[in-house]
Design a protein around this ligand. Structure first.
Ligand code: SF4
Ligand code: SF4
Length: 359
């Protein structure tokens, strides 16, 4: 019977099936699970954000964590055991963003997390931002050796004096030295990873043409792409024309915050695409939320069960223009209030198209 069926299948179809089986055989376990979820219609995120550390050695002027006394996040860091259990239990997760409102390099388990992730074919990144003041040589080397995907380093100036106006307790020269050392390891291992982005928030202290030009020059020498960002607290530079010319920022359109993006700020999409998890497993939904978690612990419940909970489903409906979900932390968020007041809710198109969602 099987022989008859095989005979009845035309050769081009047979070749296609053979080719697809060959491709499937090459997939690692995680990719295979993701593929199976996809064909069975299960919509589960393959990327998440887990806050590796809410601890930080700096005292930046605009730090929300400091202003809110760590909000409901608390002070702590992601433990290796929790991380390993999470990745075993949620085998469809392939990419993990570790940075949020703290410094990941203060996590004492980071080295173990990096090595383990590499062995399990999980991509790690810190694109939300690091201050890069305190990183051991061992960790710098591991970032390259174990192919950490990329980091965004917050450097708001081109000299110690200007940098430390905002990044209080920060040491500009140490940060630059760490980027240089990282580049040396990248050369040693002949690796392009981790990618390094220089993030420059335009502030009262660093808005001169000379400082901006110097930062661009240094970024080029360090082989980093520089990206300028508007101050979240609304600082407007004295010479907008010069700033827009030098940074490609646009101050007329308040929705646009970063020089490399033409999309509006929509952290809410993280709830669909890259849900934010606290270092202790509590689900916060997005990186903006510091006030209240969703009452779900991912480390205990698992990601699938948590994301299929009533509160998450109702919050998603609310953010796309549906009924208000009274229990949701999003109800009191400034961003929800803004999109609701303007009747400018998140669209299906945005959810579908946006991949990175911080900006
Ligand atoms: S580096 Fe980040 S977490 Fe640390 S004080 Fe500055 S803004 Fe806050
Ligand atoms: S409404 Fe606020 S807290 Fe909720 S997902 Fe959006 S940005 Fe985050």
């Amino acid at each position: 019977m099987l022989r008859l069926i095989k005979k009845a299948i035309p050769s081009p179809v047979k070749d296609k099936i053979k080719y697809e089986i060959k491709l499937l055989r090459q997939l690692d376990r995680r990719s295979l699970i993701i593929w199976m979820n996809k064909i069975s219609g299960k919509k589960l995120p393959t990327r998440v954000r887990i806050d590796a550390s809410s601890l930080c050695q700096l005292n930046c002027r605009g730090c929300f964590m400091r202003k809110l006394n760590y909000g409901n996040r608390g002070k702590g860091y992601l433990k290796f055991d929790d991380f390993a259990k999470f990745t075993k239990k949620n085998a469809f997760v392939k990419e993990i963003e570790l940075s949020n409102q703290g410094e990941i390099f203060l996590n004492p388990d980071l080295l173990e997390i990096i090595k383990y992730s590499h062995s399990k074919k999980i991509n790690l990144s810190a694109y939300n931002g690091v201050n890069f003041n305190t990183v051991s040589d061992e960790v710098l080397e591991a970032l390259v050796k174990y192919q950490f995907h990329g980091i965004t380093v917050a450097i708001d100036g081109a000299s110690q004096e200007i940098y430390s106006w905002y990044r209080r307790n920060g040491d500009f020269n140490k940060v630059i030295d760490n980027v240089k050392k990282l580049n040396e390891y990248k050369e040693k291992y002949n690796s392009s990873h981790p990618l390094v982005y220089w993030q420059y928030v335009v502030l009262e202290s660093n808005q001169t043409e000379s400082e901006i030009r110097e930062a661009k020059k240094m970024a080029k020498e360090l082989n980093c792409e520089i990206s300028f960002i508007k101050d979240l607290e609304g600082f407007i530079p004295d010479d907008i024309e010069m700033i827009e010319r030098e940074t490609k920022l646009c101050y007329e359109n308040k929705e646009l915050r970063q020089s490399l993006s033409d999309k509006r700020v929509l952290a809410c999409i993280q709830l669909w695409k890259v849900p934010q998890i606290n270092y202790d497993g509590r689900l916060f939904g997005c990186c903006f939320n510091l006030d209240k978690d969703f009452g779900l612990n991912i480390f205990e419940l698992g990601l699938e069960k948590s994301l299929n909970s009533k509160i998450i489903k109702n919050t998603k409906k609310m953010l796309t223009g549906g009924k208000i979900c009274e229990e949701s932390p999003c109800k009191d968020c400034w961003l929800y209030k803004k999109i609701a007041n303007e009747n400018n809710f998140i669209t299906k198109k945005e959810i579908k198209e946006r991949i990175d969602v911080y900006i």
